[in-house]
Structure formats: C-alpha cells, structure tokens
Design a binder for this molecule. Structure first.
Ligand SMILES: [Zn+2]
Length: 362
C-alpha cells in the first residue's frame, strides 16, 4: 500500500492573498493558465495577479484554455513558459485549467516533445513546478498527479505521473458562488463519481476508502440543498471534491469515467454529468459482486444503494443523448483492454458495457 500526495494544500477565505509569500517562494516569473472568463468572473484571477504584484513577480496570462484541453494548446502554453523563462506555471480555474497547467509544465521543460512523446512519458527528470488555484468543486485535480487531455484524434487521454503533483494548491470556496447552477451540479456529481468509483475500485486501500467514503457522505448531505448552500457548506463541498481527489490519486477511476468519455468527446456533455450518468449501474454492479464492501459503503455514507441511486438520478443534470444499436456497437472497442474498466470490481466485460449503454440511452 502506498499513500503519497506531496501537495501543499491550503483552503480558506482569502487563501490566495494570504499565500503570496508561499507562491513567490517558487520563483519570480510565472505563467498563468486560465479559461476565457470564469476565473476572471469569480475573482480568482484578480486575487492571484494582486498576490504576484505584491511580491514584484513578473507574470503573463494565457487565457486560451478551454474545456477538455487539447494537447496542442498545452504545448503552445508550455512553449510560452519556456520562452519567457517561467519558474512556475499556475493553473487558475476548474479541472481543464489545472490539467492543462500540468501538461504545459512538461512541455515547458522539454520544448521539443511532441504528443507521442508526452504519452510515452519521454520526459525530462523534472518538469516545471505547478501551482493550482481551484475555482470549482469537482475535479480534485488540485491533489492528483493526473492530467486529462484531448489528443489530436479528439480522444480524451490522461497522463499520470508523480512529477505532475502540484507543489501548491489553493482553494477558496467563495469562487464557487459565481458558477452557473448546472455547472455546479455537474462538478459536484463528478466529485461523487470520484468518491464512489474509488471506493469500489480494485485498487482501493483503507486510506483511499477513508477519503472516498467521507467525500461521498459529505456530498450526500449537501445534495439535498445545493441551491442554498451557506459559506461553510460551500467549503465543505469544495473539501468533498478534494477528498475525492485524494481517493483517486491512490486508485484511479473505474467504468463510469472510462465510459463517460465518449459523451464528452462526441456529444459535448459536461464531464461530471457524463460520468455520473453511469453511477447507478456502477453501484448495482458493485453490490452484486462485492456485497460486503457495499454494505460498508452504505454504513459509512448513511445511504443505501437504492437511496444513492435515487439521489444521483435527481441531482445529475440530464444528458439529452439517445443512441441507436449501431452507434452503441461502434463504441464497443473502447471497452476492451481499458484501464478504467479493468479497475472495476469483479468482472465487467465489453458485453456488459454495451448492455449498460442500451439501458441508459435507448
Ligand atoms: Zn472526473
């Protein structure tokens, strides 16, 4: 068993402002990676710029990161970091900005690396340090060594390596207040997916299960009144996403994430929704093949599997996708020799994956 999460995690109101010294301890030249608007709208980017200015740090902002970031965009950002001789890359935003920062840190350290080399881990010994400023509650990327990217064939593929752990992650739950409602829900069910998939994964350990079940229990409480969260509850929601991040940093995810990727790639379904739509089937599968662990999960989270199923169906935003037999059959090769599916408890065959798709999308 191994538990190794070398991240200086700091959470609280005004945490970016209060961490200016710590941020500046990583250098004097920074590249900030963010999306077009949300990190600006929630105030996180302003807070970060002010913190850097207060320490007389030089920085540039690259704001071309989009949902499901493309490898070539990360490479462009990495080259910019290299050209400006950045000491450190800071991702500001949701999972996309944070994951892009991790990949850009690799390209910054190896500007001649291409996509093939990135996925082959032909990396230098050290990559640039990454700081994460999370502005959503879902990804958990703040505490994972994983970066999920979109490759040149429009497929979501992740890289995972200890060199990708952020050196510092900052979370201020006030940034969540400006998130659109459906996005808040999609992020929250992503956190639930991380916790639930991790708890039942073949790779689970007592420590990962402690985080996974705690995160799921907190989410179960908060899902009842997501539209009227207090400041304290908003921070609990953020922390639940972090618990999920700790859990999957140990275990990885299982079939809901593996199966959800096509919904994002082909139908632009938000990542959390795309995974969570498979959670009821995942829980049913877990209950049938590892009933004792399922009873343990129910006890720890205070909800039975039928309760969880009803709750998840209520809070997961609608997918709006229907699939024909031919479309489903075309997806089958994805579910063969798939690492996420292989972490699913018991045996989950491509035939079962196809049946699951028919049940949900027909
Ligand atoms: Zn996820």
């Amino acid at each position: 068993m191994r538990f190794y999460v070398p991240v200086d995690l700091r959470v609280g109101a005004d945490i970016v402002h209060d961490s200016a010294d710590r941020i500046a301890s990583f250098g004097s030249r920074f590249l900030l990676l963010t999306g077009a608007s949300s990190a600006k709208a929630c105030g996180a980017l302003d807070d970060l710029c002010r913190a850097l200015e207060s320490k007389n740090c030089f920085f540039r902002v690259y704001d071309r990161i989009r949902q499901n970031p493309a490898v070539n965009v990360c490479k462009e950002a990495g080259l910019l970091a290299s050209q400006m001789q950045a000491d450190c890359i800071i991702g500001v935003g949701g999972g996309s900005a944070l994951d892009a920062a991790k990949a850009a840190a690799v390209f910054a350290a190896a500007p001649s690396l291409d996509e093939k080399g990135l996925y082959a881990y032909s990396w230098p010994k050290a990559v640039l340090p990454v700081i994460c400023v999370g502005t959503t509650a879902g990804t958990g990327s703040e505490v994972t060594p994983v970066s999920v990217l979109t490759d040149s064939e429009s497929r979501k593929r992740s890289i995972r390596d200890d060199r990708l752990y952020p050196v510092l992650s900052l979370g201020d739950a006030r940034y969540l207040t400006s998130l659109p409602r459906s996005f808040l829900y999609s992020c929250a069910v992503d956190a639930a997916a991380h916790c639930i998939e991790s708890f039942f994964a073949k790779t689970a350990t007592p420590i990962s299960r402690m985080f996974a079940s705690r995160g799921a229990a907190v989410l179960a409480q908060l899902f009842g009144h997501m539209d009227s969260l207090s400041d304290d509850e908003r921070e609990q929601l953020y922390l639940a996403s972090i618990y999920g991040g700790y859990a999957i940093s140990v275990t990885g995810t299982a079939f809901p994430h593996a199966m959800g990727y096509f919904l994002t790639e082909q139908y632009s379904v938000a990542h959390g929704t795309a995974c969570a739509v498979f959670l009821p089937a995942f829980l049913r599968h877990a209950a049938s093949c590892i009933p004792r662990d399922t009873a343990d999960f129910e006890k720890r989270t205070g909800l039975t599997v039928p309760d969880w199923t009803a709750l998840l169906r209520r809070v997961t935003p609608p997918c709006g996708v229907t699939l024909t037999d031919t479309q489903i059959e075309a997806l089958r090769p994805r579910f063969v020799r798939n690492s996420g599916i292989s972490r699913t408890p018991g045996v989950f065959t491509d035939a079962e994956a196809v049946e699951t798709l028919k049940e949900i999308f027909q």
